[in-house]
Design a protein around this ligand. Structure first.
Ligand SMILES: [Zn+2]
Length: 198
């Protein structure tokens, strides 16, 4: 019989992506055995994240400052904007170091199945950024899933007519491939070989 506290923690952990109830219970036990080391570090790190992390109102990135480090970096190319589904994709692309522009995080993908429509994503904010001008290229870096591609086509239609070049990652990516899981070489290749959306 586990205590109420352990149950509560295990249930909270089980909601994390990729962690089921069983691995959550194992993680809790692992932490309890390391109360003074790993558990203490985790508690401190969680508190720090809760305290300091904010969402960038410009691009949707998560950072300790708003505008985020990417948006406020003057060395970055302001004329190039890369649109991604999630913050994890932004980080993955940024690790590849091949994209020197700025980003826009949609906060998900269009999905009829999950009831996610354009108004649930930051597409309006993206259009605003495009309308404001000063952007030459919009790179649509959606995942190579059906929903990702539907989202890319929808956005391409919405910004068609504005004076920007719309390109798409070269999806030699495996079908169903999620950016976050690609190795950096593959990602870099997809970015380098990006092609006009059509
Ligand atoms: Zn930002």
């Amino acid at each position: 019989m586990a205590s109420q506290e352990i149950d509560t923690l295990a249930q909270a952990l089980a909601r994390l992506p990729g962690l089921g109830p069983r691995s959550a219970r194992r993680a809790v036990l692992w932490l309890v055995k390391r109360r003074e080391t790993a558990l203490r570090q985790l508690v401190a790190a969680l508190a720090e994240v809760q305290e300091r992390l904010v969402e960038c109102e410009t691009c949707g990135n998560v950072d300790t400052q708003d505008p985020c480090g990417v948006c406020s970096d003057p060395r970055r190319d302001q004329r190039s904007l890369c649109v991604v589904e999630d913050v994890a994709d932004l980080w993955a692309l940024d690790r590849s170091r091949l994209f020197t522009g700025r980003y826009h995080v949609l906060g998900g993908r269009l999905s009829a199945l999950d009831g996610v429509g354009p108004e649930d994503l930051t597409i309006g904010r993206l259009i605003d950024r495009v309308v404001k001008g000063g952007i030459d290229e919009v790179v649509l870096a959606m995942n190579a899933t059906l929903e990702g591609q539907t989202t890319a086509h929808y956005i391409a239609e919405r910004i068609d007519g504005y004076p920007v070049r719309i390109t798409q990652l070269a999806h030699g990516l495996p079908v169903g491939g999620e950016l976050d899981y690609l190795d950096e070489g593959t990602l870099a290749q997809a970015l380098r070989a990006r092609r006009p959306m059509g």
